[in-house]
Structure formats: C-alpha cells, structure tokens
Design a protein around this ligand. Sequence first.
Ligand SMILES: N[C@H](CCC[C@H](N)C(=O)O)C(=O)O
Length: 284
Amino acid sequence: MGNFSFAKMHGLGNSYIYVNLFEETIPEELLPELAIKVSNVHTGIGSDGLILICPSNVAPVRMRIFNSDGSEGKNCGNGLRCVAKYAYEHQLVKERSFFIETLSGLVKAEVSVENGLVTNVTIDMGHPRLKRSEIPMIGEEAEQVVAEPIRIADQTYTMTAVSMGNPHVIFYVNDIHQAPVTSLGPIVEKDKRFPEGVNVEFVEVVSDHELHFRVWERGSGVTQACGTGACAAVVASVLNGWTARNRETVVHLLGGDLFITWTEEGNVLMTGPAETICTGVYEY
Ligand SMILES: N[C@H](CCC[C@H](N)C(=O)O)C(=O)O
C-alpha cells in the first residue's frame, strides 16, 4: 500500500513514532490503524503511539498525537518536547523559541542546543483548565473538582481533576510503589463521569517542591512518563496545598524527572529532555 520515513523519539521513555508530514503523505483514514500497528512491540516498531509533525496556518508546525489504541489525543507534553527538537534540528524553524499548534491550542517551545543538537526543551503549556465542563466531567459545569470523593468498585477515593488540554484525574497515595496503577487506572480511564475518558495519575508528595508520579494513560495504559500528566499533578498539588505556586517542582516519573512551575501569571512551564532513538522507513 505505501511507506513513510519516521523517527522514533522519546521524552523520559514515553516514546512515539514521529512522521514529518512536510515531506510524507499518509491517508487520513489510515491514521488510527497505523497508530495501533506501529506501536506494537512485536509486529510493529514499538511505541506509545504515533505523532505527526504537520504544516500549520498559525504556527511553524502543528502536532497531532495518536495513542497506541488509535485514539487521537489533544495534547502531549513529552511529544511537544520531541516535536520541538525535531523541528529545530530539521530546520522547520529558525529560532530557538517558537510556537507549536496542538488540538488544544498554541503552546510555546524554547530549545536548549549543544553542538547543533537539542538537549533540553521548555514548553509553556499555557493555563490549566479546571472547570468540570473543561476537563470534561459530568456535573455542575463551572465547578472545580479538588479533593472530591469518588466511589469505585466499592471503595472511596479522593480525586482532583485538571485539564492541560487533555483530561487528567489525580489520586494521592502514601507510597508510590503501592499505587494501584494497573488495577484502578483502567477502570477510571473509562469511568462514565469522564465523557471523553481520562488519563489517571497517582502522586506521592515528597515535599513542597517534589513529587513521585505514576500514570495510566488514556489510550496507551502504563507509560514511563506523561508530560501533561506531570503538569496536571503539579497544578493539583498546589490546589490541594501540598506544593507552592510559582515554585519549580521536580516530578519523579518512572523514566526520569520533569521540572514544572505553575506561575503566578497562570501558565504552566515544563522543562525536560527529548531524545532521538532511531530513524527508518515503515512499510504498510
Ligand atoms: N494519552 C494522552 C495523550 C498523551 C499524553 C502523554 N503521553 C504526555 O506526554 O502528555 C491522552 O489521550 O490525552
């Protein structure tokens, strides 16, 4: 049928197959199925999904992200850092600071460069969305969801909901190693309270500027890291009084650390690495 060149890249082990649509063409109707196929570690390339680097009318580049189940996400923090790296290293942008269009709006990237290669990236993720209608969640539209009880499988948990352009629900645990990621994650992901599904995060508070973090991602399951989820966890931790606004917080994910600040101005800054693993041609 066809083929395309790709780069496999990762942010803290959250890997995606990146395709440059400035140079490649993939039929739109094949995208969900191709995301499933390339993500398969046995019969495909192996990744958490597919990310397209596309032309845009409002920014130098646009990012589209598909989870490994073929569903299209509206934002991806680790993906944005890798798109920024790819765009700079492939001369899709000339400056070290530039906008990237996503399905949930524009974000701003700032790349750090050593010997012509991008090592670290800061993304201004914009403002979190906190109303039920913005998560989205069912219930009173204008209400925020902070430390709200939720009954699941005959047990009561306390949840906080934050959107970073995609939906997140955060549960606090005393020991991150005991977090019910694979037992509770898939149940909450599809809970009817979240009409578009939800990414499920578990957080252990270490101090007022340090968190441990695990995630069950909507559409991909357990991943090594989730950039939007780590941002949501920092916002939730400020809302719950665990961490401080305008103070850089280190978030320890399975794949490594992200440095995140929810500023007084209201935007969330996320800084972390982006790495290229390999390139190749995928035949489909
Ligand atoms: N599973 C997410 C998309 C990927 C987000 C994550 N990989 C990140 O780095 O933010 C969703 O469906 O909203």
